[in-house]
Design a protein around this ligand. Sequence first.
Ligand SMILES: Nc1ncnc2c1ncn2[C@@H]1O[C@H](COP(=O)(O)OP(=O)(O)OP(=O)(O)O)[C@@H](O)[C@H]1O
Length: 296
Amino acid sequence: MEKLMTIQQLLVTHSNDTLLDIPELDLLKGCQIALVGANGAGKTTLLESILGLRKAAGGIARLHCAKRNLGVQLQNATYNPEILVSDVVSLHATLYGQSDAELYDKFLLKELAHKKYGRLSRGQKQRVDLYVALAHKPTTLILDEPGTGLDKYFYEQFLQVLADYQDNPAISIVMATHTASEVENSSHILWIEAGKLQDFSARNTMLNKHLGSFKAHLCYEPQLGLDARLGELLQLAGVRHLRRPTVHEAVLYGDESLRQPMLELAAEYKFSTFSLTKTDAGDFLELVSANGFTKH
Ligand SMILES: Nc1ncnc2c1ncn2[C@@H]1O[C@H](COP(=O)(O)OP(=O)(O)OP(=O)(O)O)[C@@H](O)[C@H]1O
C-alpha cells in the first residue's frame, strides 16, 4: 500500500519546551485514523507539522498527497475577518473549479452567505470551514476536532458526510478527536501523549491491547466498603485497569477471564447496577484522558 505520511526524527519545540518528539511513523493511504491524546498532547501541532505549517526544529514530516486532493479543517482558519462567507465559497469554487450544492445545503450556508467570516459564531465558522475542507471531494482529509462548536443538528449532518467518507476505502483520514463516535468509526487509532507517540494500531487491536476486550461496571453504596476487594481483583492476571468515575462506581477492564470473578462479586454484594459488556471507543477516550483511572 502507498504511504500517506512519513515522519522521521520529528522534533518541534517552542522556547525550551518540546512540543513533539516522534522518532518514526509511517501511515498508509486508505487508513481512517483517529488522532487522540489528552488536551495539550500535541495533536494540532502534529497536524500542522505534517501540513508544513509548523517549522520543525529537526526531522521530517511529510504528507504524500497532491494539494488538489487534500481537504483540511484546522482549529484556526486564517481568513480575513472582513471577507463575506459568500466570497469564501466563491474563492473555493474558483480555486478548485468545483462546488458542492448538497454540502452547501447540509450546512445551511445560504443563511450565512451575507455575513462577514470574522463575525460568525464558533459553530457557524465550523460549518464554513468544513464546507471549504470537503466541497472539492478530497481523497485525503486532515481534520482537527471537526465537531467543535457544531450544534446537534449540524453535528449530525457532519457525521453523515463523514460516514460516507469513512465507508470509502480509497479515502484517507487523519482526524484529531475527543469524540467516541468519531473514534468508533475510524479504522486506526494514533495516540500521542505529551508530544510523544504512545501507540498506533488498528482500532480494536488498540482497545484490546490497552484496556482488554471486556469491562465490568458496578454502582453501589459507598458504605459497602468494596475498596479492598477491588484492590484484590486488580491483582488478577486478566484485569488491566480500575476506573473510579465516582465514589460509588467502579469499572474494571480486562479480558474474558474477568467475567467469573465479577459474577461471584455480584452474587456476594448487592450492587445498584452491574453490567458486563465489551469495551468501546468511549472507554479508550477515558483512558487517554486518564479520567478516574487507577494505574495498574
Ligand atoms: N504556538 C505555540 N507556542 C507555544 N506553545 C504552543 C504553541 N502551540 C501549541 N503549544 C503548546 O503545545 C502543546 C500541544 O498543543 P496542541 O494544540 O498541539 O495540543 P492538542 O493535543 O491539539 O490539544 P487539545 O486537545 O487541547 O486541542 C501545548 O502544551 C500547547 O500549550
